[in-house]
Design a protein around this ligand. Structure first.
Ligand code: 5GP
Length: 213
């Protein structure tokens, strides 16, 4: 059996651009204190209102590639022409501290994480319909028409990989969805393969009763 190395769960949240993952994750973190959010590094330009070290660590291609050579990422991927990667140190230290660490990353990265951390929990967030996705992307007003088109095409490609995830979460209503996500995580904590030390302990205790007169 695959022993749980950490107390915290490594939580991978993916979903089409515009599915509302960012808002979901922000609310999840503000409502519950068991989560820690990993901040990725990217070579894309900051959007209006984004801050270095809050949404992302913004870096040049050279800086990003240097970190790759230092083995500084758990995973990295190219998405619509830019690099995105998950810095290793923060994730490892938060998992060791027992936090449920959230990676909000796209599908290629999610698959690489699963290879390295087989106990990672993979969640895929979708909007209720494709039409709603387009409406949200346009409504966000942060991207050009060209970028929106590229992201909708990419969404179709990503939809081919949904079955590789552990859970599908339909983001129709924010509060309901946050609740659902949190309940999934709570249930996961109760899986036997995440509680082997406890199981062994109670088994040992029961054994002593079995051999008592
Ligand atoms: P955006 O440019 O909209 O912020 O992000 C584009 C996509 O990259 C989203 O699907 C987002 O989840 C993903 N992403 C963000 N950070 C990372 C990362 O560190 N690794 C990978 N593989 N994808 C990421």
């Amino acid at each position: 059996m695959n022993k749980a190395k950490h107390k915290g769960i490594l939580l991978v949240i993916s979903g089409f651009s515009g599915a509302g993952k960012g808002t979901l994750v922000k609310k999840l973190i503000s409502e519950y204190d068991n989560y820690a959010l990993s901040i990725s590094m990217t070579t894309r330009n900051p959007r209006v209102g984004e801050e270095h070290g809050r949404e992302y660590f913004f870096a040049t291609k050279e800086e990003f590639e240097h970190k790759i050579t230092e083995d500084g990422f758990i995973e990295h991927a190219c998405y619509c022409g830019n690099y995105y990667g998950t810095p290793k140190d923060y994730v490892e230290s938060m998992l060791a501290a027992g936090k449920d660490v959230i990676l909000e990353i796209e599908i290629q990265g999610a698959m690489k994480v699963k290879e390295q951390y087989p106990q990672a929990l993979l969640l895929f967030v979708v909007p209720p319909s494709a039409e709603e996705l387009k409406r949200r992307l346009i409504g966000r007003g942060t991207e050009t028409e060209e970028v929106i088109d590229a992201r909708l095409k990419r969404a179709y490609e990503e939809s081919q990989g949904i079955e590789q995830y552990d859970y599908l979460v339909i983001n129709d209503d924010l509060d309901r969805c946050v609740n659902e996500l949190h309940n999934i995580v709570l249930s996961e904590h109760n899986r036997p393969d995440r509680n082997e030390a406890f199981i062994e302990k109670i088994r040992e205790e029961l054994k002593s009763f079995s051999f008592e007169k």
